[in-house]
Design a protein around this ligand. Structure first.
Ligand SMILES: [Zn+2]
Ligand SMILES: [Zn+2]
Ligand SMILES: [Zn+2]
Length: 98
């Protein structure tokens, strides 16, 4: 057993910059991916999303939009149109039974 404390250097594979902590390297790597990937920023709380759809869903929290609930099965929908379309599937089934 060796008692030598090894100071690990973390190197960024992309630009060769060296960091003494994995945390700082990770943070640095984020700046690289930020350039590559398009991010969507919530203009209310500043949260970042890589997916525009996810951001949209998230923003409903701020908008305080009431979720639309299917009165048949209770499923939640963020958009009225989607809920309506979903409800139609119930109606279609009812028609088949009737
Ligand atoms: Zn780098
Ligand atoms: Zn937000
Ligand atoms: Zn339903």
């Amino acid at each position: 057993m060796k008692d030598i404390v090894e100071i690990k250097q973390f190197m960024c594979e992309k630009c060769g910059s060296q960091f003494c902590g994995i945390g700082t390297l990770k943070k640095h790597l984020e700046s690289h991916s930020r350039i590559k990937q398009k991010e969507f920023n919530c203009d209310t709380c500043g949260k970042l999303f890589l997916d525009k759809g996810k951001l949209k869903k998230h923003q409903y929290i701020h908008l305080n939009v009431k979720q639309f609930e299917c009165f048949v099965c209770g499923k939640d929908f963020y958009e009225r149109s989607k809920m309506k379309r979903h409800e139609k599937t119930h109606k279609l089934k009812d028609k088949v039974i009737a």
